[in-house]
Each structure stands twice: as C-alpha cells, then as structure tokens.
Design a protein around this ligand. Structure first.
Ligand code: ADE
Length: 225
C-alpha cells in the first residue's frame, strides 16, 4: 500500500510513523507513506495557502490551487483508489471503514486546516470524507495519523501475530474480552481460574461470553447492528 498525505504541517504528522508498528510496516516495505507540504505547491509569492472567505465570515479557507497542483501531480504518477479528506463533517471512522481501506493500493489523504478547504476541492477531487469523532481538531493531521494507524495495522504481515487484529475490539461488533498475564495472583487479585484449565474450547467460550457482557454493558448500540 502507498499513502500520500497532503498537509500544511508535515512535521506534525511524521512522528507517529517513526515508531512501533507503523515504523515496522514501513521498514518492511509493506506500506510506503509520503508527506507533501502544500507550501511547495503554491505559486504565491508569500507561500500563502489560504485566504479570506468569500461572503465574509471568520476563519481562513484553504486555496484550491496548491491542492489541485499536488493531487494532479500525484495522479499523473499513478492511479488512486481514494482521495480522502479529513474533516469533522465526514463519515465517522470505524473498524469497518479501516478494514475496507486496508485492502486498497494507493490512497491520498488531504488534511484540512483553518476553516477547511474551498468547497470545490471537495466537489472535484475528494472521493471520501472521514471524521475521527464528533469534536473539532485544529487540523486534519492528527486525524490522518489515527486513520493511518487504524488501517496500516490491518494489512497482512504488519502485526507479528496474524490473528491478533482479528481479535481486536470491534472486529465482530464486540468489544474485546479482559486479558491477563503474570503474576497469577497479585496482592490477592486473582486471574480467572478458567484461563488455567487447558480446556481451549471452554476458554474460547468464556472469552466470547465476556466480550458479549462487556459490549452489552458499555456499548449496547454495537449489539443492535
Ligand atoms: N479535522 C478537524 N476535526 C476533525 C475530526 N474530528 N476528524 C477528522 N479531521 C478533522
């Protein structure tokens, strides 16, 4: 998979890709991630990438021209499955969307800033709009990092244990069951006996029951789907 991230603040985005699982995925050539600084695509003398809103109103709007130049350059080099715009009024990211996107080959992610982008960018370039939740961030960069993390860890070969993404919360509309490790007894707080039974079908059943109970208690809405 290749991901091209278009941003006014590339430095804000880089560190999540320099550590842990995302870093390993890049090192293993399972995913390539490129950062494109919008200021490199402006013909403005002062490298401005935003301007005042037509019709008045507070907040600056990101110009269409640098975004067009950057996206058009990328599209000349290869075709893209999606041009994703990070925005609080997009569809809310969930595990299903992450699963879908993990199967794609080439993605562009556009990070908004200020009030957002000129609507014509959304009308003519963007194919999908994604929010990471019902709150407003200062820009799309942190959202893009969240989206990339959720997607990249699902690509086969990225996680050490192939099955571990399948047992994540939300994969089957259930939250994950409780997990334990050593010691077996810590200050009298004991690990459930069933986990030492060696009876793997029974352990699996216990985990399923626990996942169901936890979901019913914390996220009953998931059970309605
Ligand atoms: N940009 C600003 N707020 C955002 C959000 N909630 N999700 C994605 N991008 C954003």
């Amino acid at each position: 998979m290749r991901i091209d991230i278009i941003t006014a603040l590339p430095d804000l985005l880089k560190s999540p890709f320099q550590d842990s699982i995302l870093h390993r995925a890049i090192e293993a050539n399972i995913v390539e991630v490129y950062f494109h600084n919008l200021r490199d695509y402006t013909s403005d003398r002062y490298k401005n990438i935003d301007d005042y809103q037509f019709g008045g109103g507070s907040g600056m709007v990101m110009l269409i021209e640098p975004i067009d130049k950057c996206i058009s350059k990328l599209k000349k080099e290869r075709s893209y499955d999606e041009v994703i715009y990070m925005t609080p009024d997009g569809e809310t990211l969930n595990q299903g969307i992450a699963n879908q996107l993990s199967l794609k080959k080439n993605l562009i992610i556009l990070c908004g800033h200020y009030k957002g982008v000129d609507q014509r960018v959304r009308d003519h370039f963007v194919t999908r709009e994604i929010s990471i939740g019902d709150y407003v961030l200062s820009g799309g960069e942190l959202g893009a990092a969240v989206l990339c993390d959720a997607v990249i860890r699902l690509i086969p070969g990225v996680l050490g244990n192939e099955t571990s993404a399948l047992t994540d919360s939300f994969q089957d509309n259930l939250l994950a069951p409780p997990i334990y490790t050593r010691p077996r007894d810590y200050k009298g707080w004991k690990v459930p006996e069933i986990l030492f039974s060696g009876n793997f079908p029974e352990i699996e059943k216990w985990r399923e029951d626990q996942a169901y109970l936890r979901t019913k208690e914390r996220r009953p809405d998931l059970l309605d789907n």
